[in-house]
Design a binder for this molecule. Structure first.
Ligand SMILES: Cc1cc2nc3c(=O)[nH]c(=O)nc-3n(C[C@H](O)[C@H](O)[C@H](O)COP(=O)(O)OP(=O)(O)OC[C@H]3O[C@@H](n4cnc5c(N)ncnc54)[C@H](O)[C@@H]3O)c2cc1C
Length: 455
């Protein structure tokens, strides 16, 4: 008998469960539980939206949950009568329905040796007792588990640390862009300042546009660039063998720039070069010395994010339309101060390339700077308790948790657990590519197999 508890029933936790159900192994008894503080018809922050206009940022033909059958999602959607072709971007809430249907089907046809339960609760703490864990919940007491998967997902952005941080208490400042109450108070005429120009900002701009918001919008980030747009381009030949032994990040990027220049000669561009690296980005990352990873984070991360994480063309059209109409302004600059002066919220900033201090103001400001990754600072009872016990620690880059590449969590005394595992965002610092669906689905299958094989 093996008791498996998955904490978090978002995409990662659900895919681990689905893979356990479809690869149940040799017939030993399996007791599988998912615990989540969100209702059962939810699938984490990304896919629980009711808005059909919030799209996946990966095209439909790559979104199949089975790594061996990437077309499974597009085929499923077509089977439901949805008109979709390769290169299209479907709604995120449709993807939720797909994943939930996969789980439901797997439960209906599950083997008799498996029991499954989804528990609506929050896990607040965990104790290791000899060879098992006691998972402590708010309302269901302690659950005994041989294996525990922390599938906790993304955490709201951290507030900018400025010389005066009183702005975080302002009613005009929205620190969590994923909280639905953000839109409840809007009349449609407010001026909005958005901190960041990444994926969350795109979501917010599309939502404001679709909700017919008329107020002026300004988005500010250090570079002022949105992620590149998905585009059909000539593929670039893989070049892993030429860079696999390079352990210097600047040299790797010099090579990428050369490849991009070559690609441009054939009408392609840097997108194809980065895409061709995708199958071995993690291997490359794992082989880099810590100092080189740090240099990457300091100097190249933002550049990488712009070209690696793309947006659907239809979202780009909306953004261009907002810019053209004068409703949206993009600013490249560094924020130095945010002040609620009662009438408005004021942002002081230095425009890129200038030392002059400038000011802009609006009725509200929204923090879209991306998920908080320093787990020492995240206010999450379970994480705080695990960190305090030394059962987990941050990875050296503070991008998530320290773990083996297979997800086995590493404790403060540097030993890898054979009870506690993680998947998804907490593995960012270890694997680099661990956050998007194409990676999570592979990691979920591997982890499911590993949990069932290990003693
Ligand atoms: C807004 C948004 C849009 C995205 N869009 C895409 C996209 O289009 N394509 C793509 O590839 N990736 C996208 N991503 C990336 C995203 O990381 C993954 O696709 C995926 O959603 C991650 O799933 P997860 O299960 O790891 O995390 P989540 O979906 O966040 O799920 C984590 C779950 O853990 C639960 N939980 C946490 N702590 C506890 C606790 N103590 N007790 C009980 N339950 C707990 C939470 O309630 C939550 O349901 C997006 C991310 C966001 C935030």
């Amino acid at each position: 008998m093996i008791n498996i508890v998955i904490i978090g029933g978002g995409l990662s936790g659900t895919l681990v469960a689905w893979n356990i159900l479809r690869h149940p192994g040799s017939g030993k008894e399996i007791d599988l539980k998912i615990i989540d503080g969100r209702p059962e018809n939810d699938l984490g922050t990304a896919y629980s939206t009711v808005d059909d206009f919030l799209l996946l940022n990966v095209s439909a033909e790559k979104m199949g949950a089975d790594p061996k059958n990437p077309r499974h999602f597009i085929n499923w959607a077509q089977g439901k009568g949805i008109t979709v072709q390769d290169g299209d971007f479907l709604p995120r809430n449709l993807f939720r329905k797909y994943i939930q249907e996969l789980l439901k089907d797997a439960l209906q046809s599950k083997k008799n040796n498996i029991t499954y339960e989804r528990i609506f609760d929050e896990v607040t703490d965990l104790r290791i007792q000899n060879s098992h864990a006691e998972v402590l919940t708010n309302n269901h007491g302690a659950l005994i588990a041989d294996k525990v998967v922390l599938a906790l997902g993304n955490f709201p952005p951290k507030d900018l640390s400025l010389k005066n941080n009183s702005y975080v208490n302002s009613k005009k400042y929205y620190s969590d862009p994923w909280k639905q109450d953000l839109f409840l108070s809007l009349t449609g005429n407010e001026s909005v300042l958005i901190l960041g120009t990444g994926q969350t900002t795109i979501d917010l701009l599309v939502t404001l546009h679709k909700k017919n918001h008329k107020g002026k919008i300004t988005a500010i980030s250090r570079h002022g660039h949105f992620p590149l747009v998905h585009k059909k381009i000539n593929e670039c030949a893989p070049f892993y063998n030429e860079i696999r032994n390079i352990k210097n990040i600047q040299e790797i990027f010099r090579f990428i720039r050369q490849q991009s220049a070559e690609a441009e000669k054939t009408g392609s561009d840097v997108r194809a070069v980065i895409d061709s690296m995708r199958p071995y980005t993690t291997e490359l990352w794992l082989g880099l010395p810590f100092e080189e990873k740090r240099k990457f984070m300091r100097h190249l991360f933002r550049y990488w994010e712009i070209i690696r994480a793309r947006m659907a063309p239809i979202n780009d059209e909306i953004i261009q339309q907002l810019i053209k109409s004068g409703q949206l302004k993009i600013v490249a600059g560094r924020i130095t101060e945010i002040i609620d002066n009662n009438d408005s919220i004021d942002i002081y900033y230095q425009e890129k390339g200038s030392r002059n201090l400038q000011i802009m103001n609006a009725d509200m400001a929204v923090n879209c700077t991306g998920p908080q990754t320093d787990y020492n600072r995240i206010k999450h009872p379970l994480l705080q308790n695990l960190l305090a016990q030394g059962l987990i620690e941050c990875d050296p880059l503070h991008l998530g948790l320290n773990a083996k590449p297979d997800g086995a969590l590493i404790s403060k005394d540097k030993s890898a657990s054979n009870i506690l595992y993680t998947i998804g965002s907490p593995l960012r610092g270890i694997l680099w590519e661990s956050v998007a669906v194409p990676d999570i689905k592979i990691h979920a299958e591997n982890l499911a197999v590993k949990l069932l094989k290990s003693d």
